[in-house]
Ligand binder design. Structure first.
Ligand code: BGC
Length: 724
């Protein structure tokens, strides 16, 4: 117990020191009025050709500056969980370069599983600092598309099925990045919720789904996070390409939300010069090996011709340049940007902290976990994922890292001088690989002779572009065909569990897999996502109770794919041309709870090695608001953290509303036996919904049920209130 408390305290100290260090890095801000004065003076001196040079890429990850006016090139890099290895201009991605090997942070879905916005900030600060040290002005993250189906190949990069959780996590991330003097880029705006036909599919959804589910993360990114850049998605929305979408970009993002920064296209996502000019695209990006080809981009030479011929007013181009220069000023490209740092001990410590708090204990029958170092003599570690490096996979989010601790390394270190860790692969990570009898036999023999068997399985990150079409991988550019375990792992689990009932399963991957075949037989299951550079260490410490797990699922794990809303009542992936979001606002638990479908593991679920009691819940209703107070008590013998989740149900409403919606949460760290009062204030947002008949947000007076719980399906206390 002492050890656990120490760990919690020391990790917190590291985290706090990371947070405070970042703050001191911020430069004194200039007012926007002062910035715009300087911008307008610069624009006045620019030729049309110079302006147009700034609104399209001139290499894979840069756009031109204007040297004679002291305007530098704008430089950017992927991606959401680490600064990508260098690409473009003279770089050969296959060559090992020491200085582009950075910190590999746990991927987006693992960050969201921490339910800890402060870690969002710490995560962003690492990225910002490393991007800065590598000479980047923009880091192409966070990716916050709503997780609509378990099949999306990019779910690992994204955060959640719930707009409130996304909105809370994204703000810290963006501030963390931008306090380092570089810009974040929130992507992909909007409705890039599948990779299948991502560059042509037309997404149709109601205004209500748009407002309630798909927009809130972007709104928070702009209005609370102050994000400087955004990336338009590849797909179409209501018939118009997202990057050149008047409704989404001009009306909502720049109009309603008041976004002042630049909207860049996704790579080669512009389709029409005039649409892009009129509908708000500020910067066209894309990759082309031929340098001259950049002049043929939609927002390149053609624009010069159109302006010269009087078809396009030059003021429209000025507006784009104005936004680009605004980002340049905000990111200190004309004054001194604070120094960044790279691959530091602190950065890896943040990666570890996120993994420690993001790994989710899904199941733990009869206290199978934590394991005890003093009694265990041997572990049979099984599974190719235990020894597979994941950082280089996934597509554009790939990271070349200085180091990545695999589960095998983490456990072997933990066991040094204390217990023996044998290793057998159990399956082969290979396209279309089926159960391998020899590998299974080897694993079974090892499991029989060990005190405990630990299988590390699940999905793997797609490694190189040629494998993108292989659906056994989590990667950009392809969705999975189903939710099944790949590589014959079901057979492996069946056999190992028979050989040793004390089998622990650790799953890697970007989301839910079908567990129905063995979920009742395996006594302990952990969801480890892609846990980053320090993942193997964090995992070993959780398995042995040196860290008490506190991650909670940011998505519902359905039992079977057919029970997931996009597949049960929606369309996925559409007919190849169009996809109708018939699941509407019933995404994730909003569907499971309203339609009374039992999930495998519910949204917000995650166990601890201690237990928490909820008491004294009180709700005081105000004017379209309420204040919730309750006491949380750590009832066990170990320090730990609980995420108190507050859900709201509108008891009577004109339009149908979900059974419950997350409207507040707080992660509370408690010593053994400690109690704390938690206060969660619910504002108007917690009660309103978007009435798309009226075309506006409404709060309807009447009765609401306020629920507090440890997950969406583990409500511990509730109270009814009446709003006038
Ligand atoms: C991805 C973006 C990424 C861009 C640049 C695109 O394929 O969709 O997320 O930022 O490439 O690498």
């Amino acid at each position: 117990m002492k050890r656990l408390m120490l760990r919690t305290a020391s990790s917190l100290a590291i985290a706090l020191c990371i947070f405070s260090k970042e703050k001191t890095n911020a430069q004194p801000a200039q007012t926007d009025a002062a910035i715009y004065q300087k911008i307008d003076a610069k624009i006045k001196q620019m030729t049309l050709e110079e302006k147009v040079g700034m609104i399209h890429g001139n290499s894979s990850f840069t756009s031109a500056g204007v040297q004679r006016l002291g305007i530098p090139e704008l430089t950017m890099s992927d991606g959401p969980h680490g600064v990508r290895m260098e690409h473009g201009r003279g770089w050969d991605a296959s060559t090992q370069h020491v200085f582009d090997s950075g910190t590999y942070l746990p991927t987006g879905i693992c960050l969201a599983s921490t339910w800890n916005p402060k870690l969002g900030y710490a995560f962003g600060a690492v990225l910002g600092s490393e991007a800065n040290a590598r000479g980047k002005d923009i880091i192409l993250g966070p990716g916050i598309n709503i997780i609509r189906s378990p099949l999306n190949g990019r779910n690992f990069e994204y955060q959640s099925e719930d707009p409130y959780l996304v909105a809370k996590m994204v703000v810290g991330y963006i501030k963390g990045v931008q306090d380092q003097g570089v810009a974040a880029c929130v992507k992909h705006y909007l409705a890039n919720n599948q990779e299948t036909k991502r560059s042509s599919i037309n997404v149709l959804m109601s205004d209500r789904a748009l407002r309630e589910i798909y927009l809130p993360g972007f709104k928070a990114a702009v209005q609370e996070g102050g994000v400087y850049t955004a990336m338009g998605a590849y797909n179409k929305f209501r018939g118009q390409w997202c990057t050149e979408n008047d409704y989404l970009v001009n009306k909502i993002l720049k109009g309603e939300f008041g976004f002042k920064g630049l909207l860049m296209s996704d790579w080669s996502a512009v389709h029409n010069t005039l649409e892009a000019i009129w509908s708000g695209t500020d910067l066209e990006m894309g990759t082309d090996l031929d340098k001259k080809a950049y002049d043929k981009f939609y927002l390149a030479d053609t624009v010069i011709t159109l302006v010269k011929n009087g078809v396009v007013d030059e003021k429209l181009i000025d507006e784009k340049v104005r936004r680009i220069l605004y980002v340049m000023y905000k990111t200190h490209m004309f004054d001194k940007r604070p120094a960044g740092s790279f691959s530091t001990k602190e950065h890896f410590a943040t990666a570890k902290k996120v993994a420690e708090e993001g790994i989710v204990l899904l199941k733990n029958n009869s206290n199978t976990l934590p394991l005890n170092k003093n009694t265990i003599k041997s572990i049979a570690l099984i599974g190719a994922n235990a020894a597979t490096l994941q950082s280089l996979g996934g597509g554009s989010s790939q990271v070349r890292t200085r180091y990545e601790i695999t589960p095998r390394e983490g456990l072997t270190r933990m066991g040094a001088g204390k217990f023996n860790v044998s290793y057998s692969a159990g399956y082969k990570v290979e396209k279309d690989a089926k159960a391998n009898k020899d590998l299974i036999k080897e694993a079974v023999d090892a499991a029989k002779n060990a005190d405990v068997a630990i299988i590390v399985g699940g999905w793997v990150h797609g490694y190189d572009f040629s494998k993108w079409s292989d659906n056994a991988y989590d990667a950009e550019g392809a969705d999975k065909p189903d939710m099944e375990m790949p590589f014959g792992q079901n057979e492996l689990i069946d056999a190992v569990i028979k050989a040793n009932p004390k089998t622990i399963l650790v799953l890697m991957g970007g989301g839910a897999i079908d567990m129905t075949r063995w979920v009742n037989d395996v006594p302990a299951i952990l969801q480890a996502w892609y846990p980053g550079s320090e993942g193997g260490n964090a995992l070993a410490e959780i398995l042995f109770g040196e860290v008490n797990p506190s991650g909670k699922l940011p998505v519902t794990f359905p039992k079977q794919l057919s029970e997931s809303p996009a597949h049960a009542i929606g369309e996925y992936p559409g007919d190849g041309v169009t996809v109708h979001y018939l699941d509407d606002i019933f995404v994730g638990y909003r569907y499971f709870d309203t339609y009374k479908v039992a999930p495998q593991f519910p949204f917000g679920h995650g166990l601890s090695y201690t237990s928490f009691g909820y008491s004294n819940m009180n709700v005081v209703a105000g004017n379209q608001s309420a204040t919730v107070t309750l006491t949380v008590t750590n009832k066990g013998k170990l320090a730990g953290a609980e995420v108190v989740q507050v859900y709201v149900k509108d008891d009577v409403s004109t339009l149908r509303r979900p059974e419950k919606e997350l409207k507040g949460f707080e992660k509370v760290f408690l010593k053994a036996g400690e109690s704390r009062m938690v206060t969660i204030v619910l504002g108007k947002d917690a009660f309103q919904y978007y009435n798309d008949i009226k075309g506006q947000w409404v709060v309807e007076p009447g009765s609401f049920t306020i629920m507090a719980g440890s997950s969406s399906r583990d409500i511990r206390a509730s109270k009814e209130i009446t709003l006038k």
